[in-house]
Ligand binder design. Structure first.
Ligand code: NDP
Ligand code: VSD
Length: 329
């Protein structure tokens, strides 16, 4: 036992010293496409990207009024240590495109029209998605299909159009997928949703390796409950055990998650999580991906397994508690 601990500690130290993470992606003067950027996390991202001095932020979503609001609500000025940009020049950097990304022909058309404008795309952020929580035995197959169609295939379609363009440009690029804590662990009440976010994780993991020759890098984001219009909507059908398991209905402000995404991408992080529980989940289910924290991943792996089994039992007891309550009613 002591030998095992010593050996893993030593291995962790050595790997920490020699491990190089992927190079960070800097947004300055880059053209970023934010899919699902008219609301929630995506909308906050658009404004942060302007602050990072992107040359253009192209926003894709369906509702045109919401898309227009991204331009209208654009803050008067943004400033950080090196820059101070005024509203007029800021607004002109936002381009909006109405497109339902579950329709692959529409996605082809839209991405083509973005590319035809002449500014090559450097970064794609796949942020459109939704969840309809509920009990498996009560939910129709149609909800499974609809969720997979947007949360998984939507991202496949956009990525399928943009990767060849990045390869043709020859300058590489960065692609962000927004998964969820639910893309790392199964959560009761989310049977229609967890698998779609697991799928996104597997898709990113595969592309990361396959597209390495083209200098395209990847990040996967696992937000916790985040206060957005989408979150308010999902709460309408969320079973009580799901609420209990996800921390009792607390939600992080969207801007905080957006900030975490921007700094993670700049830092070269493949895994991007906001809260500690999700970070532990990412260390628990890493697949074949870069380290989260090269030193701590190895040391924490057994701890995460243990905490994970305890969490599983806790979740099970929330499920049993809520089930018994429903029997009495
Ligand atoms: N909020 C949360 O608690 C969490 C969210 N996530 C994930 O983060 C991402 C963003 O979530 P959140 O900010 O809450 O989402 P919101 O529902 O608040 O916003 C979703 C965005 O996606 C767009 N969108 C929805 N459907 C389509 C479609 N078919 N085609 C194109 N665009 C579409 C919406 O615009 P429009 O409707 O006009 O098309 C909107 O801009 C999602 O992938 C979600 O699964 C992950 C973990 C937690
Ligand atoms: C090893 C560590 C174990 C930790 C146990 C973790 C317990 C599960 C937490 C479930 C959180 C669910 C968040 C859903 C966010 C989301 O995607 C929805 N809001 C949809 O939009």
């Amino acid at each position: 036992m002591i030998v095992y601990i010593l050996v893993s500690f030593l291995a962790a130290v050595i790997i920490h010293l020699i491990y190089r993470k992927q190079t960070g992606f800097q947004f300055k003067n880059k053209h970023v496409v934010v899919v699902g950027g008219s609301q929630g996390i995506g909308k906050e991202l658009v404004y942060l990207l302007l602050k990072e001095q992107c040359s253009t932020v192209s926003v894709i979503s369906r509702n045109l009024a919401n898309l227009r609001s991204v331009i209208d609500d654009c803050p008067n000025e943004v400033s950080n240590a090196n820059t101070h940009l005024k509203n007029k020049s800021l607004k002109s950097k936002i381009e909006i495109y109405s497109c339902d990304i579950t329709q692959k022909d529409k996605v082809k058309e839209t991405i083509k029209s973005i590319i035809d404008k002449g500014t090559p795309i450097d970064c794609l952020i796949n942020c459109a998605g939704f969840a309809i929580p509920g009990y498996f035995i009560e939910q129709d197959e149609e909800i499974f299909e609809r969720t997979m169609k947007l949360d998984y295939f939507g991202s496949v379609y956009t990525t399928k159009e943009i990767v060849p363009h990045m390869i043709e440009n020859g300058t590489g690029g960065h692609i962000v997928f927004v998964s969820s804590t639910c893309g790392l662990v199964g959560v009761p009440g989310y049977s229609t949703y967890c698998p779609t976010k697991f799928a996104i994780k597997g898709f990113a993991e595969t592309l990361r390796s396959e597209l390495k020759p083209y200098n395209i890098t990847f990040s996967v984001v696992y937000p916790p409950d985040t206060d957005t219009p989408g979150y308010k909507q999902e709460n309408l059908t969320k079973p009580e055990e799901t609420v209990a398991i996800s921390g009792g209905g607390k939600a992080v402000p969207a801007i905080e998650v957006a900030k975490c995404i921007v700094s993670g991408v700049k830092n070269g992080d493949y895994h991007i999580a906001y809260d500690l529980a999700t970070k532990l989940c990412a260390i628990l289910s890493p697949g074949l991906t870069p380290f989260y924290y090269s030193f701590f991943d190895i040391l924490l792996a057994p701890v995460c397994r243990l905490v994970g089994v305890i969490a599983m039992h806790q979740n099970d007891s929330e499920v049993m508690k809520a089930w018994k309550k429903r029997q009495i009613k």
